[in-house]
Each structure stands twice: as structure tokens, then as C-alpha cells.
Design a protein around this ligand. Structure first.
Ligand SMILES: Nc1nc2c(ncn2[C@@H]2O[C@H](COP(=O)(O)OP(=O)(O)OP(=O)(O)O)[C@@H](O)[C@H]2O)c(=O)[nH]1
Ligand SMILES: [Mg+2]
Length: 434
């Protein structure tokens, strides 16, 4: 059926109108493609897995390149996240690829908090996007979206069951990111063990309520392949950047004394399935799910935490502006209340301080009076003592004068006697002297 012959009903009440000639809006999909190609794409992968599980090798194998990446030591005090962004180009399509790796995951003795830094990292990227969205002047078009679109969770090829660290971490992450579990270094497990291991992992994930990413089956063009692939999860992968000649072809493989594991051979491992699902079929769905499901949940919780709601208590719609005004009024009311409380507290403190100062002043006055009285008493005592001493001095002086008088009288008396004796001696030289 020609596109111009049919007009689709675009909404309730819209009338279907047949077109009598070519208008041109059938080029809309092409316009969209051109625009997207010009703008380029961005895809962010988070690799969570224990140190040395082959995370970097798998990324190199997936994107057919050598990303820089140093092996990590097992002595990290905590889990850190390391992010690297690369500009890739295939044909005329540009891809800004960010690979985030966990560093030191599973290396601590106490692994209780291992998931925290990963959750924090994912939330930080959501928060940055939310802040950009909430800006008055938004630049979302040129904004580097760092939200994680896919989380490859590397499971150690133990062949037993999931470790509690894996279960706890995946449970904490499943509402924040699209988790695609992979069995790392799957060349280390035999075929029969691998089948059992996959069943065990799936049943453990289900029984612990861990939601892993399901390839979408609502688009009929990919529904079949996606539903088949959902049945193959978790993918058992092998990574290698080493090229080996098989027949007359160079293929990526891992060589062992007993044989060669070909990375892209579907009989050897699920690497091709992973590449197909992650990059070739569902990259856009992963991006979309990140935005519409995980980011939306983060945004909703965050805005609700800030007090924003879509409905009022009577379930009537509530606009953002009304919520803002209600919040603002509530805030202003609280501010006034706080101000009043502070004012009251200030007055109370001033009164208390005043009373304290008055009390101190009174005490000082009392002390001053006491000291003054003490001083007066002391002064009086000294004056009395001085008076007594003066009296004593006067008496002494009187006595002295009297004594001096007596002495002078005695001297006078003494000298007249001597004169008399001298006279008598003159008259009578036979008188002997004493
Ligand atoms: N048997 C096997 N070995 C692998 C596989 N992938 C990688 N390796 C080897 O495992 C070792 C560690 O690989 P990396 O890719 O550095 O592991 P990683 O997880 O990035 O390590 P860190 O970044 O240090 O945590 C290297 O010697 C790889 O050659 C695999 O699929 N099977
Ligand atoms: Mg690495």
C-alpha cells in the first residue's frame, strides 16, 4: 500500500485524510537518521567484576581495539571506579564510548561495602544529568551523557554457584542499571558443567529477586532473536586479542597445549551472542531503558525527596509551579518560625546576661563596700595608733625637757660647787682634792 494512500489516525478526534499526491514527510525517518549520524552516539558500559577476571580483555575483544588499561593489584583498600572515554568511528558513524571499570572489586576481606561505590558512581551520573535538566539554560544537546547504559557483570567461572558478593551487588544495582551477567573466562569450565552453572545462576537470580536486563521482544523485527538470546543468559564469554591462523583465516583465539578456543566460534563460547545483543541489536534499547526506566526512577525518587508531587492530598493534579510555591511558602513559614525562635532565644539570653551582669555588679559593690569599710577601720586603727604614739612622743618630749632641765640645773649646781671648792683650795692649799 502506498504511503500517500493512507493517512493514519494520529490521535483521538483526528480525522483520517487521504493525500492526493506525494507530500514528502515520509522522509522523516531519513531526517532522523541523518541527524543522529551527524550528532554521533554515546554509549557507556560499566564492567563489574573481580580483579583479573578478563574485563579489559573482553572490552578490547568486543570493540576490536586495544584500550589502554593497566592490570590492577589485589591490595586495594576499597573499590574504586575508573572511567575512560574513547571516540570510535565505524563507517561514518561516530561513537563516544565510555568504559568504566571497577578497581579492587572483591579484593577486600570485608566485602560488605563493595557495592556502595558502584551505586554511588551510577547515582552521581544520574544526578549530573538531573542537574543539567533542571538548569534554566540547558545544553542537553551537547551535554556528555555519562549515565551507564549497560553493566556487564563478570561472574567467576567457579562452576558452583554465585558468590554472595555477586548476589548482593546485582541486587543493589538492578533498579539502577541494565545488568547483563556474563560468565568470565568460560574456557575454564567444561561444556556440561557450564550448562549446569548457567541453570544454577539463573535460578539463584530468580530466587533472590535480581532483575537482569531482558532483551526486548516487543519489536517484531528482533523479537525472535532476542527471546532466543534471553534463554542463553548469562553469556559464557572468552576474551582474547591474540590472532591465530585457523585454516586460511586469522581468528581471535586463545591457544592452549591441548587446543585452541576461538572467541568468535559459537560452539566454543557466547562471545558472538554478547556482541550481537549488546552492540548490534540492542544498543539503542539499552540507552532508552536507561533513560525511561532507571533514570526516570532516580529522578522521581529525587524529586519526591525534595517534596515535589504530581497530585495534592485530594489526588488532584498539582503543577510543578504550585508545588514550588507551596514548598516556598512552607519554607518561608519555617524560616519565620525559626527567626522568631532565634529572636526569643536572643532576648532570653540577653536577659540572662543582664541578670548575670547585675548580680556581678552587686557583688562588686558589696565587695567595694566591704573593702571600704575595712580600709576605714584600718585607717582609724592607724590614726589611733598614731595618736597614741604622738601622745607618747609628747610625754617623752616633756620628760626629755624635764630631764634636760634637771640636767642643766644639776650641771649648774655642780659648777658652782666646783668654783666654791676652787676658792676654798686657793684659800686653803692643804685641802686635798678627791
Ligand atoms: N582463560 C582465560 N583467560 C583470560 C580471558 N580473558 C582474559 N584472560 C586473561 O586473564 C588475565 C587478566 O585479564 P584482564 O583483561 O587484564 O583482566 P581484568 O579483569 O581487566 O583485570 P583488572 O583490570 O586487573 O581487574 C590476562 O592474563 C588475560 O590474558 C579468558 O576469557 N579466558
Ligand atoms: Mg582491567
Amino acid at each position: 500500500m502506498a504511503a500517500t494512500e493512507i493517512a493514519r489516525q494520529s490521535g483521538e478526534g483526528a480525522r483520517a485524510v487521504p493525500l492526493s499526491g506525494h507530500v514528502g514527510f515520509d522522509s522523516m525517518p531519513d531526517q532522523l537518521v541523518n541527524k543522529s549520524v551527524n550528532h554521533g552516539f554515546c554509549f557507556n558500559i560499566l564492567c563489574v567484576g573481580e580483579t583479573g577476571l578478563g574485563k579489559s580483555t573482553l572490552m578490547d575483544t568486543l570493540f576490536n581495539t586495544k584500550f589502554e588499561g593497566e592490570p590492577t593489584q589485589h591490595n586495594q583498600p576499597g573499590v574504586q571506579l575508573k572511567s575512560n572515554t574513547y571516540e570510535l568511528q565505524e563507517s561514518n558513524v561516530r561513537l563516544k564510548l565510555t568504559i568504566v571499570n571497577t578497581v579492587g572489586f572483591g579484593d577486600q576481606i570485608n566485602k560488605e561495602d563493595s557495592y556502595k561505590s558502584i551505586v554511588e558512581f551510577i547515582d552521581t551520573q544520574f544526578e549530573a544529568y538531573l542537574q543539567e535538566e533542571l538548569k534554566i539554560k540547558r545544553t542537553l544537546h551537547s551535554y556528555h551523557d555519562s549515565r551507564i547504559h549497560a553493566c556487564l557483570y563478570f561472574i567467576a567461572p567457579t562452576g558452583h554457584s554465585l558468590k554472595s558478593l555477586d548476589l548482593v551487588t546485582m541486587k543493589k544495582l538492578d533498579s539502577k542499571v541494565n545488568i547483563i551477567p556474563v560468565i568470565a573466562k568460560s574456557d575454564a569450565i567444561s561444556k556440561s558443567e557450564l550448562a549446569k552453572f548457567k541453570i544454577k545462576i539463573t535460578s539463584e537470580l530468580v530466587s533472590n529477586g535480581v532483575q537482569i536486563y531482558q532483551f526486548p521482544t516487543d519489536d517484531e523485527t528482533v523479537a525472535e532473536i532476542n527471546s532466543t538470546m534471553n534463554g542463553h543468559l548469562p553469556f559464557a564469554v572468552v576474551g582474547s586479542t591474540e590472532e591465530v591462523k585457523i585454516g586460511n583465516k586469522m581468528v581471535k583465539a586463545r591457544q592452549y597445549p591441548w587446543g585452541t578456543v576461538q572467541v568468535e566460534n559459537e560452539n566454543h563460547c557466547d562471545f558472538v551472542k554478547l556482541r550481537e545483543m549488546l552492540i548490534r541489536v540492542n544498543m539503542e534499547d539499552l540507552r532508552e531503558q536507561t533513560h525511561t526506566r532507571h533514570y526516570e526512577l532516580y529522578r522521581r525518587c529525587k524529586l519526591e525527596e525534595m517534596g515535589f508531587k504530581d497530585t495534592d492530598p485530594d489526588s488532584k493534579p498539582f503543577s510543578l509551579q504550585e508545588t514550588y510555591e507551596a514548598k516556598r511558602n512552607e519554607f518561608m513559614g519555617e524560616l519565620q518560625k525559626k527567626e522568631e525562635e532565634m529572636r526569643q532565644m536572643f532576648v532570653q539570653r540577653v536577659k540572662e546576661k543582664e541578670a548575670e551582669l547585675k548580680e556581678a555588679e552587686k557583688e562588686l559593690h558589696e565587695k567595694f563596700d566591704r573593702l571600704k569599710k575595712l580600709h576605714q577601720d584600718e585607717k582609724k586603727k592607724l590614726e589611733d595608733k598614731k595618736k597614741a604614739l604622738d601622745d607618747e612622743l609628747n610625754i617623752f618630749k616633756q620628760k626629755k625637757t624635764a630631764a634636760e632641765l634637771l640636767q642643766s640645773q644639776a650641771q649648774q649646781a655642780g659648777s658652782s660647787t666646783t668654783l666654791k671648792r676652787d676658792k676654798e683650795r686657793k684659800n686653803n692649799p692643804w685641802l686635798c682634792t678627791e
